[in-house]
Design a protein around this ligand. Sequence first.
Ligand SMILES: C[S@@+](CC[C@H](N)C(=O)[O-])C[C@H]1O[C@@H](n2cnc3c(N)ncnc32)[C@H](O)[C@@H]1O
Length: 203
Amino acid sequence: MARRVSALLEAAHRAVEAALERAARPLLAVDATAGNGHDTLFLARRVGENGLVLACDVQRAALEATRARLETAGLAGRARLALEGHEHLARLLAVLVPDRSAPDALPGVAAAMFNLGFLPGSDKRVVTRPDTTLAALDGLLPHITPGGVISLHLYTGHDGGAEEAAAVLSRAARLPSTAWSVLQSHVSNRERPREYLLLLERL
Ligand SMILES: C[S@@+](CC[C@H](N)C(=O)[O-])C[C@H]1O[C@@H](n2cnc3c(N)ncnc32)[C@H](O)[C@@H]1O
């Protein structure tokens, strides 16, 4: 059965796809919350043969589901799966791209996705949290290439979700407008509790 894609997820995918299309090759993308691997697969399809997706999650089962999804699509070779919190992204990226000046080096990150909250159908106590989400964002921002995009899907319906959304929206609103375009969306006539999509584009 096809996955039901919300308007916000569709908007995130469109923005990420456009960023990957305009970026220089080879492409590097990040899935900061691999979960069941839907977004990792979306990114793996679009980074192309020489591209790479770094995907992390704190749940082993999530990474196993992600690996299985990639293998079914024949794209496991395009992803590095890290059983680590995204608050360690800066370190993970430094290992993956030790020397950006090398001729065959991957450039910075052209697109990154955060689908926050908990993994549907799993332990709802394992949720993303404001402090680690902000640490992830701060570690990732310097790695985004000009024209690159970070999408953040924020949910407010679970315990701590509203606080996390507020913290991330506030952090994003303080990014310098000379370096970042920050777009915030929500569906105003239907979705309750409210979900937000934040699109951060490096100018
Ligand atoms: C909404 S789900 C992600 C869905 C996923 N993008 C997909 O396509 O299926 C959120 C995920 O964030 C993970 N998570 C929670 N804290 C995390 C952290 N500190 N670092 C990375 N992932 C985390 C959870 O384990 C869960 O799998």
